[in-house]
Design a protein around this ligand. Structure first.
Ligand code: DGY
Length: 442
């Protein structure tokens, strides 16, 4: 890419972030996601830190205004905008004793990239300012991490249990959709399916007014997700009830890897300000790498999610198999195996990597949300992991093809891994923010 091209991309990216700037926080896009989303926020800050460090700090602080009393950071914080398809009236979070008093949120979380953003912002500060920044953020992010081990980790093995596909951020990722249909379909959705009523239900969807239906989660999957939200709401988002009664409890590879990495970053923060991590976090950091190994299937050479209810791996491959690179605890001898898979044209070796489902998967659709398209945040994390595992060249190649995809298609939400055709939301904040960050890393 020429220098001019790079400058043009940075300019465009800043425009997208300005368009989505809601004052103290950034929405993912103007049409589809008009409130605040958790991991989107932290990715936005990772871009903003390159040109406005104070704004980036404000961004990182912003989700903590809605931190639940038990420490959870909710995946959506609702603002005033109207027209979102899964608003506060679906969640009814006021039914939980832990929900914040004066702000409306969703009742689940999203991948914990908070510590990543805190450290990335810290890298841009003087030593003194960084220490002040870390002192401010440490107790808040620590409480968040501790929530996982208190409420979501019944086996005490360092791996959190996830209870809704939206928590993974990969809303319709194949293994989750499979398990949801098999074990957790609500009565209402079953009836709808049997009566072949999905075509009618399609008319009630708000999201497909903004983005073509074939690029979004399918109607049946979406209504099944709504049903699961209603179940969580019935439990009043009570951690104990959810861990004992909920039908959908999954140990999710991507989520685990992000939390494992986040704890490492939390330790970096703590070390710099002379704090000692509490025992629950130390224990989790010690045991999680062993537990992560139990998600590896040596026969197919892939990492898979585990269904907690049956104890079995869900052997449906996805991009998650590469996330142990990001976790930082991947056994050395496995790095080359994963790199080879990234280049295999039968699976993940697409012209514009990395597909979220391998091309030989029956689920694969080039532009359907998390069932095939390449996503910039996943590539960003995998590239970061490759680099930390000594694969600098691979990391640069992955970033280069990601930037090429964005250069061709624009600041879209996701892209066809086959042609780079853009899809989903048009002015997407984390695509913009991570474009700026990847250009800085090249
Ligand atoms: C949506 O609205 O589809 C979101 O991705 C849920 O988090």
């Amino acid at each position: 890419m020429t220098r001019d091209n790079e400058q043009r991309l940075i300019q465009k990216a800043k425009e997208v972030l300005a368009l989505n700037d809601m004052g103290g926080w950034t929405r993912p896009d103007p049409g589809l996601y008009v409130h605040q989303w958790l991991w989107d926020t932290f990715f936005a800050a990772i871009g903003q830190r390159h040109y406005d460090i104070e704004r980036a700090k404000t961004e990182v602080r912003s989700p903590f205004r809605a931190q639940w009393k038990n420490g959870m950071l909710p995946h959506i914080i609702f603002g005033d905008a109207e027209g979102y398809h899964a608003g506060p009236e679906l969640w009814h979070c006021e039914r939980s004793v832990n929900a914040p008093d004066s702000i409306q949120t969703s009742g689940v979380t999203q991948p914990p990239v908070a510590a990543e953003a805190i450290v990335r912002v810290g890298q841009k500060l003087s030593r003194e300012d960084r220490q002040a920044w870390y002192r401010e953020m440490y107790p808040k992010v620590l409480t968040y991490h501790q929530w996982f081990y208190r409420e979501r980790c019944p086996r005490n093995d360092g791996l959190p249990v996830i209870v809704l596909s939206w928590e993974t951020g990969m809303d319709n990722t194949p293994p989750w959709m499979y398990i949801m249909h098999r074990f957790a379909l609500g009565l209402r959705t079953q009836i709808m399916q049997q009566a072949n009523a999905t075509a009618i239900m399609e008319h009630f969807r708000k999201d497909t007014e903004v983005v073509p239906a074939e690029e979004r989660i399918s109607t049946i999957d979406l209504y099944a997700v709504y049903d699961i939200i209603r179940t969580l709401r019935k439990y009043r988002y009570d951690g104990d009830k959810i861990m004992h009664k909920h039908k959908l409890r999954i140990v999710d590879v991507t989520f685990c890897c992000i939390l494992i990495r986040a704890n490492e970053l939390l330790k970096e923060i703590a070390d710099e300000i002379g704090e000692e991590l509490p025992d629950d976090i130390k224990h989790a950091m010690y045991v999680a790498p062993h537990a992560l190994e139990t998600l590896w299937d040596s026969q197919s050479q892939q990492y898979y999610n585990r269904n907690v209810t049956t104890g079995r791996l869900i052997k449906i491959p996805t991009i998650s198999t590469f996330m142990p690179l990001y976790s930082g605890v991947l056994p050395k001898e496995r790095v080359k195996t994963l790199v080879a898979q990234m280049h295999d044209p039968e699976t993940y070796g697409t012209p514009f990597p990395l597909p979220t489902a391998p091309v030989n998967s029956p689920y694969f659709r080039a532009t359907r949300y998390w069932q095939g398209p390449s996503w910039v945040n996943m590539n960003w994390m995998v590239a970061d992991g490759l680099e930390r595992n000594g694969e600098e060249h691979e990391a640069t190649m992955l970033r280069t093809s990601t930037l090429e995809m964005i250069d061709r298609g624009g600041m879209y939400e996701y892209f066809s891994p086959l042609t780079a055709e853009p899809a989903g939301a048009k002015n997407f904040s984390w695509t913009a923010a991570l474009t700026i960050d990847m250009l800085a890393a090249q």
